[in-house]
Design a protein around this ligand. Structure first.
Ligand code: SF4
Length: 300
C-alpha cells in the first residue's frame, strides 16, 4: 500500500500569522496579563493546547455563545486577542469600551470580506452571505451589515426560499466553504435575482487544498483528512473528496483515530490536512499509514 501526501496541505498563512502573533504576545512582558483569546485562535485543539503552554488562556465557544457575551468572562485590564476568523464591530466596540488591550489576529482574507460588506451596506445593498451557521466567521462578517439587511444562506434549499427584499443585492461567502457547494448555492440565488452582485470570497488557501485533494482522490482508494472536528475547512476536504473526487474519505484528529480496518482492500491512500492542523500531527498519521503499508506489502 502506498501513501500519497497531498500538497498543499496544512497551515495556511492566516493561521501561521495568528499563531505567531499570539506567541509573540506571550513573550512581550510589556503587555498586560492575563492574555486571553476570544474563542479558539484557529479551530484545532492541539494548536490551542500549545498556546496554553505559553500561558495564553482560550475562552472556548463550545456551547456556541456569541463572542459579545464571552467578553463578560475576560478579566478587567487583560490583553485580548481576536481570532483568525474575525469579529463583528459590536465586539470591537465593546472590547474598546471595557479598556482591554486588543491584538487582532483576523486573517487579511477575512478582513477583505468585512470591508466589502461595509462598502455594499453603505451603498444600500442587501447582503446574502453564504456560510456555516454557528461558525464565528459568519458571526463576525454579518455583524458588519445593518441589522435586518443581511441573511445567512447555508444550503441550496435556503437559497430557493430565503426572503430577498427589492433593491440592490450582493452575494458574499465565507472563506472556507466547498467551492462546489457554494457554486450551486450562488446559482440558485442568481436564478431568483440575476441582477445580484457576486463576490466569491473562498480564499486561495482553501481553493488550492480542495483542488489538490479532489485530484488526489481520483488516484486513491481512501482519503484521510487530518483536522479538528470543528474545523470548517477540514470537514469540507472530507466532503469534496467524497462528493467531487468520488472516493471514500475519513477525518482523524490524531494518529490514535486511525483504524487498520479502513485499509482493507486499499492499495493507495491519500493524506491531507486542514489549514489549522499542526504539521507534527499530520506527520504522525503519515508515518503510521506508511508503517502499515510496509507491513501490508510484505504480507502480499
Ligand atoms: Fe485566512 Fe483562508 Fe487561512 Fe482562513 S483558511 S485563515 S481565510 S488563508
Amino acid at each position: 500500500m502506498d501513501v500519497l501526501k497531498v500538497t498543499p496541505r496544512g497551515y495556511c498563512y492566516g493561521v501561521v500569522d495568528a499563531l505567531v502573533l499570539a506567541k509573540r504576545a506571550a513573550k512581550d512582558e510589556s503587555l498586560p496579563r492575563p492574555i486571553v483569546v476570544l474563542g479558539q485562535i484557529v479551530h484545532n485543539r492541539h494548536a490551542v493546547a500549545e498556546l496554553a503552554t505559553y500561558g495564553i488562556q482560550t475562552l472556548d465557544t463550545t456551547a456556541g455563545e456569541a463572542r459579545l457575551d464571552l467578553l463578560d468572562q475576560v478579566p478587567p485590564g487583560a490583553t485580548l486577542i481576536f481570532t483568525a476568523h474575525g469579529v463583528s464591530p459590536a465586539v470591537r466596540a465593546e472590547a474598546a469600551r471595557r479598556g482591554f488591550h486588543v491584538l487582532d489576529a483576523t486573517c487579511p482574507d477575512v478582513t477583505k470580506t468585512h470591508r466589502l460588506i461595509q462598502d455594499r451596506t453603505r451603498d444600500g445593498y442587501f447582503i446574502l452571505y453564504i456560510g456555516t451557521p454557528g461558525h464565528p466567521e459568519p458571526e463576525g462578517a454579518m455583524g458588519e451589515a445593518v441589522p435586518g439587511r443581511a441573511t445567512l444562506v447555508a444550503t441550496v434549499a435556503e437559497a430557493q426560499s430565503v426572503e430577498i427584499p427589492p433593491g440592490p443585492v450582493a452575494i458574499m461567502t465565507q472563506t472556507t466553504l466547498s467551492q462546489w457547494d457554494t457554486a450551486a448555492i450562488i446559482a440558485a440565488l442568481l436564478e431568483r435575482r440575476p441582477d445580484a452582485e457576486v463576490h466569491n470570497e473562498i480564499c486561495l488557501a482553501t481553493q488550492l487544498r480542495q483542488e489538490a485533494v479532489v485530484k488526489a482522490a481520483a488516484e486513491v482508494d481512501l482519503v484521510v483528512v487530518v483536522g479538528d472536528a470543528r474545523s470548517n475547512n477540514s470537514n469540507r476536504l472530507v466532503e469534496v473528496s467524497q462528493q467531487v473526487g468520488g472516493t471514500r474519505s475519513v477525518r482523524v484528529d490524531t494518529v490514535d483515530d486511525l483504524r487498520p480496518e479502513w485499509l482493507t482492500g486499499v492499495r493507495r491512500v491519500a493524506v491531507t490536512a486542514g489549514s489549522s492542523t499542526p504539521s507534527p500531527i499530520t506527520r504522525a498519521v503519515i508515518q503510521q499509514l506508511e508503517a502499515w503499508g510496509v507491513e501490508a506489502n510484505h504480507a502480499r
